[in-house]
Design a protein around this ligand. Structure first.
Ligand SMILES: [Zn+2]
Length: 260
């Protein structure tokens, strides 16, 4: 079965080790892998993953173009990659950058409100959400009990305000609060990825959440370099899902979102 890993992170070689360690510190998780393209491709090959969507987050507006250049460059080098662009609320002249990344073949946008330190429903983001509606999907990190920036309630608000926006709420729409996310995101028009979730939900609850939301809303991801690819696939394949559901989550939904 074709597998697309929808949620992976890579960093430029010279800073990869430091950046990976910083993420580990942010999440107080031991990081065994380093977030480079080379390591990611190796893990994919070893585990039968055909493609991955790569993300890189800009912590300042100033970084946006250079990070996008990096993602574009890695996608050109590696046929296994689909790239998502970085964005930041202070990057106000976003339209030319948007045109540029679309022309260069990027397939979406990723934001991480907690590390970028802004509310995902901050009005500064509204023109951008409007501009990408119907044009590019956006993956939004959701739900960290330590911050309010990425609360699933804010995602629900964005879905109300921008009905044409294609959103993927990362981590069942609520990284450390998947059950609370359910209150806000059940029966809503958004996708979710199941990355960085099993450590909170366990297999049984993950299976229940997939059944409640519906497999047609879910995409598989590992949040590389956060988790071991094989262990995450083992978790996924242990779920009691039909082949049709597995197919949707492992590649069909991703193909629809990415328009490939
Ligand atoms: Zn992420």
């Amino acid at each position: 079965m074709r597998i697309i890993n929808f949620h992976t992170h890579i960093y430029p070689e010279p800073i990869a080790e430091k950046a990976t360690a910083a993420i580990g510190k942010f999440y107080t998780i031991e990081m065994d892998r380093i977030g480079t393209s080379e390591h990611l491709i190796k893990e994919c090959r070893e585990n039968g993953i055909d493609k991955c969507v790569i993300h890189s987050v800009a912590t300042t507006a100033h970084q946006v173009p250079s990070i996008n250049n990096f993602v574009i460059g890695e996608c050109k080098k590696h046929k296994e990659f689909y790239g998502f662009a970085a964005m930041h609320p202070d990057f106000t002249d976003f339209e030319p950058e948007l045109e540029r990344v679309i022309k260069a073949g990027l397939k979406g946008v990723k934001i991480h409100p907690d590390t970028q330190q802004f509310d995902m429903d901050d009005e500064r983001m509204f023109p951008f959400y409007e501009a990408i509606s119907g044009r590019l999907p956006i993956l939004i990190h959701c739900g960290d009990y330590r911050y309010k920036y990425s609360h699933p309630e804010k995602l629900a608000r964005i879905l109300d305000l921008f009905p044409k926006l294609t959103v993927i709420g990362a981590h069942f729409g609520g990284w450390s609060m998947p059950d609370l996310a359910l209150e806000y995101l059940k029966d809503r028009n958004c996708y979710m990825d199941i990355s960085s979730s099993f450590f909170v939900t366990g297999r049984k609850r993950a299976e229940e959440l997939i059944k409640i939301y519906g497999a047609e809303r879910m995409v598989f991801g590992t949040d590389f370099p956060m988790w071991d690819t094989k262990a995450e696939l083992d978790n996924f394949f242990a779920l009691n899902l039909t082949d049709k559901e597995k197919e949707l989550i492992l590649h069909k939904n991703a193909e629809r979102i990415l328009n490939i």
